[in-house]
Design a protein around this ligand. Structure first.
Ligand code: ADP
Length: 539
């Protein structure tokens, strides 16, 4: 048992249509603590049938949820945000137990995840449309924005809370309803969020959380014509598969996929700041973030000095269970993750790289790996091409600005890039030349609810966070309003004849009445004529 202050936050059944449900088959699967290998509990092993019911529940809830005012929706989501913060300790402990990250980082993730609910709740009140100058005198052009409908969200294990709120938050405040499938490694965080959403007053069916077989659930979510949008964060491989599956129903998609972030250190950089930024960018979440620096490109003149500063900081990192005091590096998520990190280090060493620190499995065993720095790395090594997703910093050497840009962009990915330097001309040139969706300049930390997060090339489609992230859940509708001519300009076609006559006779009669001093009656007669012209007019 996880020692939570509020034991009701540990939910081990799926949440569909406002109720906690088992799989039809009653089957479950185990969730383990990556720091100890111990089984934390089980959750339902659901498939297509349960997913269909969740989609139908979301569809039933859609109309009344979308009809609420933005303020009404925001009030519920604001309460959800507050409940997250009130339960920060419990949510963090749950997160660390199933994911492995240090408790301090987990607390940070709770606040970061909650910030999406707060920010999007506020922003939803500003979903403005447009009026556009007309192209013809008798027309008016108006643009309104409407919720896209039922949204499917598939989230990864590396940020079990933040990836949920970054998707479900904007979807729900926009007036959409959601079917969410969290990663099988970390379902408890998502289920705790559903519990808090219910407490906050979210009506049944607006948020549904299903656990189980990823391909079966994914097939149902992508094939369903009811689901109008899929928001996915995960591997490029699965993103491509889901994109193909969504083609059948032409769904709108947001994809946050893999990265291969360069971290460039120019020779005029503040090396201490660069080394601090490198630690944040590379070793946060034990190197398991999609915006983690994956390739360190260091200019020849400062290569050795930067390497020394980085190694000194890496040596100070404390590896251990996330719940132990002072730990800054937790375990890797699973054996597969560990095997990849190990293979990348071995490949680099076999091709001539040197291990400056770390380089092997940690003495703690399990999936713990030593924080590692590799020097003498070149572009023939696997670390140059693939995302390591672990605590390994490979240092490449470069000589010129053009060479750095060329190496940085030489990847099919384009999520985040970082560089350190002070020359203002170079800062602009490099920022503009990097083919990435996010560029951190003299900083290693770039994620925030206010800014657009997302990639180019094979790193994905769409943006999360910020006003751009809200647009992802809205459809633009253009209303073309015709027939707005001046009364004297009405054409005499059959469509208008009846109203022209009505209006003409009304004004003739009105003139006669005014002439006879019946002014009050004249006003009534004019109003009656106008009502004939505009049937909706009541005032
Ligand atoms: P990782 O390799 O980092 O676990 P994945 O892309 O496999 O990344 O997983 C990200 C999310 O995608 C998880 O929620 C996972 O369950 C889900 N997923 C994996 N395979 C499929 C699939 N075939 N259809 C739908 N979702 C999937």
């Amino acid at each position: 048992m996880i020692p939570l202050k509020d034991s009701q936050l540990f939910r081990d059944r799926a949440y569909i249509d406002g109720g906690w449900r088992d799989a039809d088959s009653r089957k479950t699967f185990e969730v383990t603590n990556p720091a100890t290998g111990e089984v934390i509990g089980t959750v339902p092993d659901m498939g297509g049938a349960e997913t269909r019911r969740a989609i139908e529940a979301a569809e039933r809830a859609l109309k009344s949820w979308a009809a609420k005012t933005a303020k009404e929706r925001a009030n519920v989501v604001r309460r959800w945000f507050e409940l997250m913060m009130e339960n920060q300790d419990d949510l963090a402990l749950l997160l660390t137990t199933e994911q492995g990250k240090p408790l301090a980082e987990a607390k940070g993730e709770v606040a970061y995840a909650a910030s999406f609910l707060e920010w999007f709740g506020e922003e939803a009140k500003r979903v403005y449309g447009d009026t556009i100058p007309q192209h013809q005198p008798d027309k008016r052009i108006v643009v309104i924005k409407q919720p896209i409908g039922v949204v499917a969200c598939i989230t990864p294990w590396n940020f079990p809370l933040a990836m949920v709120t970054r998707k479900a938050g904007p979807a729900i405040v926009a007036g959409c309803t959601v079917v969410l499938k969290p990663a099988e490694q970390t379902p408890y965080s998502a289920l705790a969020l559903a519990e808090l959403a219910e407490r906050a007053g979210l009506p049944k069916g607006v948020l549904n959380v299903i656990t189980g077989d990823p391909p079966a659930i994914g097939k149902e979510l992508t094939a369903s014509p009811i689901v109008r949008k899929l928001s996915f964060t995960g591997s490029t491989e699965i993103g491509k598969l889901l994109m193909a599956q969504c083609a059948g129903t032409v769904k709108k998609m947001s994809l946050e996929l893999g990265g291969n972030a360069p971290f460039i250190v120019f020779d005029d950089a503040d090396l201490d700041a660069a080394a601090d930024g490198a630690i944040v960018s590379k070793y946060r979440n034990t190197g398991q973030t999609c915006v983690c620096a994956n390739r360190f490109l260091v200019q020849d003149k400062v290569y050795d000095a930067f390497a020394a500063k980085l190694v000194e900081r890496v040596k100070a990192l404390k590896v251990g269970r996330g719940t132990d005091a002072g730990v800054s590096q937790g375990p890797l998520i699973d054996r597969q993750g560990l095997a990849k990190v190990e293979a990348h280090v071995q490949d680099a060493v076999a091709k001539g790289a040197r291990i400056a620190v770390g380089g092997k499995r940690h003495a703690l065993g399990g999936t713990f790996f030593e924080p590692t720095v590799l020097t003498g790395v070149n572009t023939r090594m696997a670390v140059a091409r693939e995302e390591t997703f672990g605590p390994v910093a490979p240092l490449f050497r470069f000589h010129t600005e053009d060479e750095a840009i060329q190496i940085a962009n030489d990847t099919e990915f384009g999520l985040a890039a970082y560089f350190y330097g002070r020359d203002i001309g170079r800062v602009w040139r490099v920022a503009e030349a990097l083919e990435f969706g996010i560029v951190g300049i003299n900083t290693g930390l770039i994620s925030t609810a206010e800014a657009p997060f997302g990639g180019v090339k094979e790193s994905g489609i769409g943006r999360e966070g910020s006003k751009y992230g809200l647009e992802e859940f809205l459809e633009v509708k253009y209303l073309c309003m015709g027939g707005i001519q001046e009364p004297s300009q009405f054409p005499s076609g059959p469509m208008w004849r009846g109203r022209d006559l009505g209006q003409a006779s009304a004004s003739v009669l009105a003139s006669a009445l005014v002439a006879s001093g019946f002014a009050a009656i004249a006003v009534e007669v004019i109003a009656a004529g106008l009502r004939g012209l505009f049937p909706g007019l009541t005032g």
